[in-house]
Ligand binder design. Structure first.
Ligand code: C2O
Ligand code: CU
Length: 500
């Protein structure tokens, strides 16, 4: 039977529609599956990964994502409420235009009128109490104590350990500064914007007795709208150090990318990384130190008896100049050699045996196209999955945990685990032979893999994410939770919690 042109085009239309449905159907499904609810608990996301360890009685059987049933709330994990504070600070957050010391204007955020916020100093063992007041940051703010293994409720992650502090509200953090070292604090609400814009500051915890001949120098490095600064100042920061005296330079990298630090005019020793002293650090020269995003490095230098000054280069354009103010010291290019912490310093006991772990996790970082909360793009993956369908690493208190971070994503990632310090066991199968290398922020370069170990000794729900903060917004976020821990807080919701 003859079919007119009309019938033929109807068939063609039907075939075209069917083909479109075949192509679009799965895409629509993927798009829809990626949409995140308006409010959700991080404990309900993704899938539980027990790392081969026992699944405790407090962990739900079956129910997708219900990692924890009855248990203790993260909000109950505080410092002893009866203990009085030794160090008391109030920080008032504002969104406003402010000026760097040079007079350059910056559109951003301030704490107590400036950025960076005040340096908080404590002696080890003191209880630090910080009241955060939000005067005018409409999106809300929090404070996270980067590198300090604070109690779970004090971690400052909006939507996980607290609600973002809205305008006119306040929140008080309390923790014992029980580790000597160099740390920093920053907002963990819309952190990719707020940290870059200025909501951060330094926290220094010193020993009970400071050596009298040591000059303590802070070097908080930050880019304000592309302008390199040290302690909020452009250009060289000069510190008077008398001839023959030692200085401890505490470098804090608050930016999204790593920086190289090198010293002209004297040898130096790298005495601490991420708030932990290295064991047996030897003097080095013509060698750069990489400080990863969020990481810290403490360098010790002695000003020569002749009084000639020392220049500590902090990335390409910022520097601290130590010594007499009368002289200048020329900039030198970055040395070719980079200090390898895998073999720097000498061995010392770890305090636990990483060879018999209770759990082993892998944190494989990849990249692929897909949808992230409905947005098409090229996103980071964790163990092959796109956020939020990612692992929740579940541990029990007291576990020895091994983690292997492998990076197949084509870009470097500064990985940061909250609430814990982990020790590096090997990189690309090469074993660590130097000082114990404890980190809270670790640069995992392209194609690299690291084996780490830590003791699960700080109950809570802890972020484990990339500190190149835009990457965190692009899905490079997972969590570590202690079984049975719950959170009353939700990402999104009426508080508008948005930790990344
Ligand atoms: Cu310095 Cu999760 O952050
Ligand atoms: Cu990253």
């Amino acid at each position: 039977m003859y079919r007119g042109p009309k019938g033929g085009s109807r068939v063609r239309l039907a075939v075209a529609c069917a083909a479109t449905a075949v192509v679009l159907g799965p895409l629509v499904w993927l798009w829809q599956a990626s949409l995140q609810p308006d409010a959700y608990s991080v404990t309900d996301m993704g899938y539980a990964d027990s790392g081969g360890g026992p699944v405790g009685s407090s962990t739900a059987q079956g129910g997708h994502g219900q990692h924890a049933m009855a248990g203790r709330s993260v909000a109950s994990l505080t410092a002893d409420p009866r203990r009085p504070a030794d160090v008391t600070v109030t920080l008032t957050a504002r969104k406003r235009r402010f000026q760097l010391a040079s007079g350059r204007g910056v559109d951003g955020y301030t704490l107590n009128g400036g950025s960076p916020g005040p340096v908080i100093r404590a002696t080890v063992g003191q209880l630090v109490q910080v009241r955060l007041v939000n005067e005018s940051v409409s999106g809300g703010v929090t404070l996270h104590w980067h590198g300090v293994d604070v109690p779970g409720a004090e971690d400052g992650v909006a939507g996980v350990t607290q609600d973002a502090v809205g305008v006119g509200e306040d929140f008080t953090y309390r923790f014992v500064a029980d580790q000597v070292g160099t740390f920093w604090y920053h907002s963990h609400q819309v952190s990719h914007e707020q940290v870059q814009g200025g909501l951060f500051g330094a926290l220094v915890v010193t020993p009970k007795e400071q050596p009298a001949d040591l000059v303590d120098v802070l070097a908080l490095v930050h880019l304000y709208q592309g302008v390199a600064t040290v302690n909020g100042r452009e250009g060289d920061v000069r510190v008077d150090v008398p001839p023959g005296k030692r200085a401890r330079v505490r470098v804090i990298n608050t930016d999204n990318g790593q920086i190289s630090v090198w010293v002209a005019g004297a040898p130096f020793r790298l005495v601490a990384v991420d708030g932990t002293d290295l064991h047996g650090p030897t003097p080095v020269q013509d060698t750069a130190v990489l400080v990863t995003a969020g990481g810290r490095a403490d360098l010790e230098v002695t000003v020569p008896e002749a009084g000639s000054p020392i220049r500590v280069h902090l990335g390409g354009s910022a520097a601290v100049v130590l010594g007499s103010r009368r002289y200048d010291v020329p900039a030198v290019p970055r040395p070719k050699a980079t200090l390898d912490l895998l073999s720097y310093g000498t061995k010392a006991p770890l305090g636990f045996d990483p060879q018999t772990p209770d759990r082993r996790f892998r944190y494989d970082i990849g990249r692929r196209p897909g949808f992230l909360d409905g947005r098409p793009g090229l996103w980071w993956t964790v163990n092959g999955h796109l956020f939020p369908d990612i692992p929740m690493f579940v541990v029990a208190e007291g576990d020895v945990v091994r983690m292997r971070i492998a990076n197949h994503s084509g870009q470097a990632h500064p990985m940061h685990l909250h609430g814990h310090h982990a020790v590096v066991l090997s990189r690309d199968e090469v074993r660590a032979t130097g000082s114990p290398w404890w980190v809270d922020s670790l640069n995992v370069g392209r194609g690299e893999s690291y084996d780490l170990a830590f003791v699960a000794d700080n109950p809570g729900i802890w972020m484990d994410h990339c500190h190149n903060l835009p990457h965190a917004t692009q899905g490079l976020v997972a969590h570590l939770m202690y079984e049975g821990t719950t959170t009353p807080f939700a990402v999104g919701g009426t508080a508008g919690n948005e930790p990344e």
